[in-house]
Design a protein. Structure first.
Lengths: 543, 336
C-alpha cells in the first residue's frame, strides 16, 4: 500500500506561510538614554558600568567610569548623585544606591592599584591647566589620555581644590583624594604648586603652551554687611575650612559658640567641622529647613551630631557675646519677609557661608575674555573664552557649582581643546530619546530592598573627622548593582524571545541581543508590552 | 502550603523573565534556549497575540526537553488544530495525531496502549485540546482516561470559549462574559452565574497522580509543572490559562498582561495537586481587584457601562476571594 499523501509531508511545512504579511505594525529594537546617564553632570555611562558590575566585572565597570570620570572613589562619596534623584527605580521601591556602588568600585581600584589607561601615542602638543581643582584635574586627565603634554599650575599649597579645601575629611578622607590624584600624575601630568599665574598669554608664549584651560574656581567669600564691634569675630566659611586643612586640624581661636550664617552645604560643612573640634555650632538661616539649599541628608546628619538650627532668622548685628537676629516669615511666594520681632543668640563668632565669587584677576588682562555681572567668565559651547585657545570651566563659569559639574567641565573642555589642537571640531554624538518610567514593564523586576551603607557611631561623629558613611562590601554592592533596571536598553532577559507566539524572534547569543524575523512576525506587540526595560518600539508599517 | 516554584531572588529580574543572563543556565527556562524544539513553529495561522499558540509551544517544548524528544502529541479539534494544520501544511515538528473533537483523550489512551504493547516504554504520550474539546465535548473520554489512570499527560489550553467557530460559550466561559451565545443583553447580560465546570478540581476528584493549573503569564511555573508531570506516570492533567485577544476583546499585545491579572486577581489560581490533594500554590505577588482584570477585556465591558454593575462585580470578587482562601494565595512568602 502506498503512503497517504499527508504522511509524506515534511514537518514544519507551515514555514512556507509567511505570516509577516499580516502585520500593520512592526517591532523594532531601540536604545534609549537612561535617566541616570542623562542626569550625570560628569557624563558617566552609569547604566553601562552598573551592567558590568552586575556580573562581577568590577575592573571593567571601573574602567567604564574612568572613560568619563577619573575620580570614582571621590565621586562615590562627595557627589550629590543626581543620577539617583532621577532613577526610575524610585517609582518601584527606591532608587538604586548608585553612589555606593561607584564608591565600592573606586575603593577596590585603589586597593588593587589599578591604573588608568595610557595614551597610544603622543601628540607633541602642550597644554597649560591653571588650577588643580576637580575641573583642572579632570581636564588634565583627559588631555593626557589624548596624548597631550599637560602642566598644571596651582596657586595653593596642595592638589585638590574644593575637593580638599571645601569638603571636610569626615565626608571625604584625604588618602582617597591622594590616591586618585596620583593616578592622574602617573599619566605624566606635571604639577607646579604655590605658583600664581599672572599673565596667561605671556606664560603660554614663553613656555610653549598650545592651549590653556583655566579652572581657578570661586574662592572669594561673599560678604554681607553686619555691624559688629570687633570685625575679627566675623569669619568666612571657605577660609575657615581651608584652615582646617593644616597637618593637624585645629579649632580656630574663635570662642566656644560658633554661629554659622547660611543654609547651603558649605554652612553645614562648617557647622559639622567646628562641632568635631569641640565647639558648639549654631546655624542661622533666613528660610525654613525645607527651603535650605543644603541636601536634607546633610541637615539630618548635622542634627544627629548635635548642630543647632535657627530657621527663619536673619542676622542684624553682632554685639560682644551675642548676635541679634530678626524673625522672618515666609510670604505666599515662599520669600522670607521681616516681622519686626528680634531676639538674641549667644555666640562668640559668626561664620558667613553665603556664597563665593570668582577672583577674575588672572583673566582680566587677556584680550577678548568677557565676564558676567557676578564675575563669572563667559564661555562658548566649546568652553572657550573670547580669547582663542584659552578655555575655562568649573565654578568660575556659569553653572551649578558642584564637584561633579566641575569634572564634567574638565572632560568637555579637554575634548574641545583636543579638537582645537588637531584643527578639528568636537561634535558630541547625538543623544537617544529618554527612557522614561512609563515605558518600563516593572512586573519583571524582583522585589529587592536598597542596600544601606553603614554609619559611624554618634560618639565618634561628634569629636573625630573619621569618615561618617561607610562603604558597601562586595556582596551588597553586587546586590545593589543588580537592582538596576537597565531602563531603555536591552539586557538580554530573553522575554521577547520567549513570549512571541509566532517564534519570530531570533536570539543572537550573549552580548549580541536579538533580531526580529519579519517573515513571520504578525505585529501583535506582545514582545514590546512584555519588554521589562522598554527597548522595543512598535512602528507603523507603510501599507 | 509550599510554594509552587522556587523563586530566585535579587538577580535583577529573578526568575520572572524568560531568561536572565545572571542566572545559572540550569535555572533558565527551556524557552530561553536557542535549541528549544519549537514544537509548534512559525507560519501557523493563529491570530495576532494568540495565547494558545504560545501556551502550546511553552508546554510542548518543556515536555520535549523532559522526554528527550521521544514524544507523540494527540490533538483534539479546536483552534490549535485548525490554525496549525491547514491541509497540506503543518506547524508541528513532532509526531502529531488528530482524530475528532471529542476523542483526544481516548486516542491518546490508545496510543499509550499500543506503545506499551510494542514495548516502547521510552516514548511518552501527550494529549492536548482547547477548553471546548476538553471540558465539554471530550469530557467523557477524559474522565475515562483519568479513571483508568492511562499513562497520558493531558494538557488543556483554556481560552474560555469556542473561538475558531465564532466565540461561542463553553463550560469554561466565566460568568458575565459576553460570547456569541451569551450576548450582553437583558437583565443578566453575558454568561449567567451558577453554570460551568471547574475541571482541574474534577480531575483531582479522580485522584490521579498529578493535576496542575498554569498560565502563559508564568513561564517558569508552567515549565516546572510540565517537567514534573513528565517525570511521573499514569494519568496527569495540566490546565493552562491562555487569553484569546480576539474572542475576549483585548488588544493583541495584552495577552500576557491579561493572563497575569487573572492570576493576580485570583480569578485563575495557580496550584498543584497530587492524588487528589493540593500540595502547592503560587502566592499572589501584587494583588489586584477583579475589576482590574475585567476592564482589560470588552467581553466584560457591560459590567462598567453604561453604569457599573456593582452587584455582579462583587460576586466575581467573591469568587476570587474564595480562591484566595481555598489555595491560600495571600500567605506571606517564605523569605529566603
Amino acid at each position: 500500500m502506498s503512503a497517504q499523501f499527508a504522511s509524506t509531508l515534511e514537518v514544519g511545512t507551515s514555514l512556507k506561510n509567511h505570516t509577516g504579511s499580516w502585520r500593520t505594525e512592526r517591532p523594532v529594537y531601540v536604545d534609549r538614554l537612561p535617566p541616570c546617564n542623562n542626569a550625570c553632570p560628569a557624563g558617566e555611562n552609569t547604566q553601562g558600568w552598573l551592567y558590568q558590575a552586575e556580573e562581577g566585572n568590577y575592573r571593567a565597570a571601573w574602567e567604564e567610569i574612568m572613560e568619563n570620570n577619573p575620580f570614582p572613589a571621590i565621586m562615590g562619596r562627595a557627589c550629590y548623585h543626581p543620577c539617583e534623584s532621577s532613577c526610575n527605580r524610585a517609582s518601584l521601591d527606591s532608587a538604586v544606591n548608585i553612589h555606593a556602588v561607584e564608591r565600592f568600585l573606586g575603593d577596590r581600584a585603589i586597593e588593587m592599584k589599578w591604573s588608568a589607561k595610557t595614551p597610544a601615542s603622543k601628540s607633541g602638543k602642550r597644554v597649560l591647566v591653571v588650577g588643580a581643582g576637580p575641573s583642572g584635574l579632570s581636564a588634565a586627565y583627559h588631555l593626557a589620555r589624548f596624548g597631550h603634554d599637560v602642566t598644571i599650575v596651582e596657586a595653593g599649597p596642595a592638589i585638590g581644590g574644593m575637593m580638599r579645601f571645601g569638603i571636610p575629611a569626615y565626608r571625604l578622607p584625604r588618602n582617597v583624594i591622594d590616591a586618585e590624584v596620583k593616578r592622574i600624575l602617573d599619566l605624566g601630568v606635571k604639577v607646579r604648586l604655590n605658583e600664581k599665574v599672572e599673565d596667561i598669554p605671556a606664560m603660554m608664549g614663553s613656555e610653549g603652551f598650545d592651549a590653556c584651560f583655566v579652572a581657578i574656581g570661586a574662592h572669594l567669600a561673599k560678604r554681607v554687611n553686619i555691624p559688629a564691634p570687633d570685625a575679627g569675630r566675623i569669619l568666612d566659611a571657605i577660609g575657615l575650612l581651608r584652615d582646617l586643612e593644616s597637618e593637624v586640624p585645629t579649632a580656630p581661636q574663635i570662642g566656644r559658640r560658633v554661629i554659622v550664617y547660611g543654609g547651603g552645604n558649605t554652612a553645614l560643612d562648617v557647622a559639622r567641622s567646628v562641632k568635631r573640634l569641640g565647639q558648639e555650632a549654631i546655624i542661622v538661616y533666613r528660610r525654613t529647613r525645607e527651603k535650605m539649599p543644603a541636601h536634607d541628608f546633610e541637615v539630618q546628619e548635622a542634627l544627629e551630631e548635635g548642630v543647632q538650627f535657627h530657621w527663619l532668622r536673619t542676622v542684624t548685628h553682632m554685639t560682644g557675646e551675642s548676635i541679634t537676629v530678626e524673625k522672618m516669615a515666609l510670604d505666599k511666594d515662599g520669600y522670607p519677609q521681616p516681622t519686626g520681632e528680634f531676639e538674641t543668640i549667644e555666640g562668640d563668632a559668626l561664620v558667613l557661608a553665603v556664597g563665593q565669587n570668582v577672583d577674575t584677576h588672572v583673566l582680566d588682562s587677556i584680550p577678548g575674555v568677557e565676564h558676567d555681572k557676578d564675575g563669572v567668565v563667559k564661555v562658548n559651547p566649546s568652553m572657550m573664552t573670547g580669547h582663542p585657545g584659552v578655555f575655562a570651566g568649573g565654578d568660575m563659569v556659569p553653572s551649578e557649582r558642584t564637584i561633579t559639574v566641575a569634572i564634567g567641565h574638565g572632560k568637555k573642555a579637554a575634548r574641545n581643546i583636543d579638537a582645537y589642537l588637531r584643527g578639528t571640531e568636537y561634535v558630541p554624538s547625538p543623544k537617544h530619546a529618554l527612557a522614561t518610567a512609563e515605558r518600563l514593564n516593572t512586573w519583571y523586576y524582583s522585589d529587592a530592598d536598597k542596600q544601606v551603607q553603614p554609619m559611624l557611631d554618634d560618639l565618634r561623629r561628634r569629636n573625630t573627622f573619621d569618615e561618617v558613611v561607610g562603604g558597601l562590601d562586595e556582596s551588597n554592592a553586587l546586590f545593589e548593582a543588580r537592582r538596576c533596571m537597565s531602563c531603555g536598553n536591552c539586557f538580554e532577559c530573553d522575554n521577547c524571545f520567549g513570549v512571541c507566539p509566532d517564534n519570530a524572534v531570533i536570539k543572537l547569543g550573549p552580548g549580541n541581543r536579538f533580531q526580529f524575523n519579519y517573515d513571520y512576525c504578525k505585529g501583535c506587540g506582545v514582545c514590546a508590552a512584555e519588554c521589562p526595560c522598554g527597548a522595543i518600539e512598535m512602528v507603523a508599517e507603510e501599507i | 502550603m509550599q510554594e509552587g516554584t522556587q523563586r530566585v531572588k535579587f538577580y535583577q529580574t529573578g526568575t520572572l523573565t524568560v531568561g536572565n543572563r545572571l542566572l545559572d543556565v540550569e535555572l533558565r527556562t527551556v524557552q530561553a534556549t536557542t535549541d528549544r524544539s519549537n514544537a509548534i513553529t512559525s507560519g501557523h495561522r493563529a491570530c495576532q497575540g494568540c495565547g494558545e499558540a504560545l501556551g502550546a509551544r511553552y508546554a510542548l517544548d518543556a515536555a520535549m526537553r523532559a522526554s528527550n524528544g521521544n514524544m507523540i502529541a494527540v490533538n483534539a479539534t479546536g483552534c490549535l488544530e485548525v490554525f496549525s494544520t491547514p491541509y497540506p501544511e503543518t506547524s508541528w515538528t513532532l509526531p502529531w495525531l488528530h482524530s475528532l473533537f471529542g476523542n483526544a483523550a481516548a486516542v491518546a489512551s490508545g496510543v499509550a496502549a499500543a506503545l506499551r504493547t510494542q514495548g516502547r516504554h521510552d516514548i511518552r504520550v501527550v494529549a492536548q485540546g482547547g477548553d471546548g474539546g476538553t471540558t465539554d465535548i471530550g469530557f467523557a473520554c477524559l474522565s475515562g482516561m483519568f479513571e483508568r489512570n492511562d499513562d497520558v499527560l493531558y494538557i488543556c489550553y483554556d481560552n474560555q470559549g469556542y473561538m475558531n467557530t465564532g466565540v461561542q460559550r463553553s463550560s469554561a466561559t466565566p460568568p458575565t462574559a459576553r460570547t456569541a451565545t451569551t450576548p450582553a443583553i437583558g437583565g443578566e447580560p453575558g454568561n449567567i452565574f451558577g453554570t460551568g465546570k471547574d475541571v482541574p478540581r474534577i480531575a483531582m476528584a479522580h485522584e490521579i497522580p498529578y493535576v496542575a493549573t498554569a498560565s502563559v503569564a508564568d513561564l517558569h511555573d508552567l515549565e516546572a509543572k510540565v517537567t514534573k508531570a513528565m517525570s511521573m506516570h499514569g494519568a496527569r492533567y495540566i490546565h493552562v490559562f491562555v487569553p484569546c485577544p480576539l474572542g475576549w476583546g483585548a488588544p493583541t499585545n495584552s495577552t500576557i498582561r491579561v493572563a497575569r491579572l487573572a492570576s493576580e486577581s485570583a480569578l485563575f489560581p495557580l496550584f498543584e495537586a497530587e492524588h487528589g490533594e493540593v500540595i502547592a500554590s503560587s502566592p499572589i505577588r501584587k494583588q489586584v481587584p477583579v475589576e482590574d482584570y475585567l476592564k482589560t477585556q470588552n467581553r466584560f465591558a457591560h459590567l462598567f457601562k453604561p453604569e457599573r454593575d456593582e452587584e455582579r462585580i462583587a460576586v466575581l470578587q467573591q469568587m476570587a476571594d474564595r480562591n484566595i482562601k481555598r489555595y491560600d494565595l495571600l500567605r506571606e512568602e517564605v523569605k529566603a
